[in-house]
Design a protein around this ligand. Structure first.
Ligand SMILES: [Zn+2]
Length: 353
């Protein structure tokens, strides 16, 4: 039985496991055998041993034995003994993957084979990169032209006062290597303005876009749809932590399928000029915790997609957590068959190259 299965009584019911694997057991006749079985399972056992324990020591008939085993099996309560090795650096993540119903060994292998390009290594990109590197993603390409500034330190936690003035990607690559020597972190000190810039970057399994250059999302989207590379946007909109959509060309909607952001009006050049002028003075109120919120949820979706456990929350949706009241927003970003950008897109092949 997985070590994440806790048991307890609340409101007169036995609960087997908590969180998404929680199973209430209302049938009192099952309480003692279930608890005795869970106690028996504190050591690794085979399912055959469990069945014989239930029928032998607990005196259950075959029908009830199977009912109990089904209850455990359906809820991801049972995992292979080799899935959890406390000495392994990824052991606690392995339990998380098993909890999600995936084989941890396979997830970890897929992550180790993956290469992610992080466009923009500021408040969000640097945190996403930290999560991915420490989770065992095999290679990260860190792209940013900026240098560390004192005003970055409220949210770009891997940079120190001593790093002020150094290229962000170089500091970040150094820090990621210190945290996981198995992650190949490549620093690319350059901006990304057009498709040409993107084509000079190494091939990857996924782009994370967390740079605030105007128009970058459209450029990345066009490049990714053409090359069949999945990509995910992560950002904040003032006090809203935003991630998604996770665009999987040929499968999900793309950035251009539906209008996801407000902009200048079409066919109204006078108004459009005013809107552009007003927005040109925009300075984002960036906040550490809001950056962390967007980064962590974006990084979890990247790990889910690359590792193949659970369903990414941002497939066909642009998600937002409003930090002032913690409400959740999901803008639909489904595929529009008439979208001029992705109409011809063919599905990306399954799995990580
Ligand atoms: Zn589209």
């Amino acid at each position: 039985m997985a070590p994440y299965v806790r048991v307890g009584f609340q409101d007169g019911t036995l609960f087997l496991g908590f969180g998404s694997i929680r199973r209430p057991v209302h049938d009192r006749a099952l309480w003692e055998p279930l608890l005795r079985l869970a106690d028996h399972f504190r050591e690794a056992r085979t399912q055959a041993q469990a069945r014989s324990f239930l029928s032998g020591s607990c005196g259950m008939d075959a029908h009830r034995v199977e009912a109990v085993m089904r209850l455990l099996d359906d809820g991801n309560h049972l995992i292979p003994a080799h899935a959890y090795d406390p000495a392994d650096r990824y052991s606690r993540h392995a339990l998380f993957y098993e909890l999600s119903g995936a084989a941890a060994v396979q997830v970890q292998l897929r992550l180790a084979r993956a290469r992610v390009v992080v466009l923009g290594c500021g408040g969000i990109g640097s945190l996403v990169a930290t999560v991915l590197a420490t989770a065992g993603v095999g290679a990260l390409v860190l792209v940013d032209a900026d240098h560390v500034e004192l005003s970055n330190l409220t949210r770009q936690f891997l940079f120190t006062e001593a790093d002020v003035g150094l290229p962000k990607t170089e500091v970040l690559a150094r820090e990621l290597r210190r945290r996981n020597r198995d992650c190949r972190a490549l620093s690319v000190v350059r901006g990304v303005g057009d498709t040409d810039d993107l084509e000079h970057l190494p091939d990857c399994d996924l782009f994370v876009v967390s740079a605030d250059s105007p128009g970058l999302t459209g450029v990345v989207n066009a490049h990714c749809v053409r090359s069949g590379t999945p990509w995910l946007n992560a950002c904040y909109v003032n006090d809203i932590a935003v991630w998604g959509p996770l665009v999987v060309p040929g499968t999900t909607g793309c950035w251009d399928c539906r209008p996801l952001t407000a902009g200048p009006p079409e066919g109204e050049p006078g108004l459009a000029r005013l809107v552009t002028g007003i927005n040109s003075r925009y300075q984002a109120p960036s906040n550490g915790p809001v950056n962390m919120l967007a980064s962590s949820l974006a990084a979890l979706d990247v790990l889910r997609y690359l590792g193949g456990f659970g369903a990414p929350a941002a497939l066909n949706r642009r998600m937002g957590v409003w930090s002032h009241d913690l409400s959740l927003d999901g803008q639909g970003a489904e595929r529009d068959p008439a979208c001029t950008t992705c109409a011809e897109a063919v599905p990306v092949r399954e799995g990580v190259r």
